[in-house]
Write a protein that binds this ligand. Sequence first.
Ligand code: AMP
Ligand code: MG
Length: 412
Amino acid sequence: MDLEEAREALFAQLVPHSASECIPLAQAQGRITAEVVRAQLPLPPFPASAMDGYALRHQDTANHETFRIVGQSLAGHPYTGSIKVGECARIFTGAVVPDGADLIVLQEQVAEVITDENGDKIVRFVPHEADEDYIRPVGNDVQMGHPMTQPGDRLSPLLLGALAAAGVCEIRVYRRPKVGVFSSGDELRDPGTPPDALTLGQIYDSNRFTLTSLLRHLPIELIALDRLPDDPDAVEEALTEASRRCDMLITSGGVSVGDADFIGATIARLGELSFWRLNLKPGKPLAFGNIGDCWIFGLPGNPVSTIVTCLLLVMPSLQVLCGTIPKPLLRIPATLSSPVSHRPGRAEYQRGIYSQNEPSSSALSVKHTGDQGSNRLSTFAGANCLIEIPKDSGDLAVGADVNILPLSDLLA
Ligand code: AMP
Ligand code: MG
């Protein structure tokens, strides 16, 4: 399967979590809404001034040169009287427009403010034509009852702000699926072990660290799991046990065809293997299946392969499980500024750095980050995109057209 076929197969197979819970808005960032939430009031809830100035009757501007200031309306402190012929109220942005007034004359139009013989304040405006009324009518932003969310919407800071403004304080969201992350391999040691305590052949377990960091912002419950040793019985026992308490398991390593690779075979023995191996570089040995009700991704162990498959396949799959629909991959055309070598066969996702050709132009150029070995985590240093090399492509020269996948989109 190619990448897009695999994504389609995954999205078709995965079933979203249907259980939901009601939580305070303040705890809802990143969660997925399970209901239509409606505005509890119109916004603005009252006719509001859009500017600082004077509220008065439009029809009076034809035959009045001066206006008596009868009060003031500040945000949160309305003038409760009504505006009559020849009167005005001092008003500020966001304040209630008093009854009777239908025009805000901007304070920039004031010629003078004087106090008359009765001690009243009188304003005279520069002669001018009002270009607009500078009044925000009730519901001008949001109508009362407007559907603010649909089931499956992800609660971003911006959406949460809009809901708070619309009087919503609690929201029904899907429960967070439980996701367990394993790594596997006898060579792995915990990060934090002093380097001189590593024996010959040992390396740090970076994948579990990267995977949990990549997934942390998703609306899931991350379950810290152990490392799987290179022993088929121990792998079987650990996967069986974890599959009972998780909705999805993610392993890295041990999924290839080496003598110490047991993950694919164990999934097949304990449950079903939906697919194993993709037409993808890096990421070829990826396995996906289920053990009972628990989905399981066996990701390849090379750190770059782990990351690329997590970005392109695991994170979007988790979005489905969380109750939302993953966006199609964002592909943006760019021109290569470094040559790429590629053998036809598998689509390849190289780490790249894209930039605008000119500060004000939309044209992008992209270069790769050096030798693209799938063990080389350093190929991610400074990278801001993946460069997509189509499967049928051969070597590409400087100037060739490619698509890039911005990491900012993949990580969102
Ligand atoms: P494997 O598929 O288990 O043979 O792993 C492929 C390569 O990735 C080997 O060089 C492993 O040492 C390395 N590797 C596997 N798991 C991890 C991990 N959790 N952290 C860092 N490297 C790993
Ligand atoms: Mg291994």
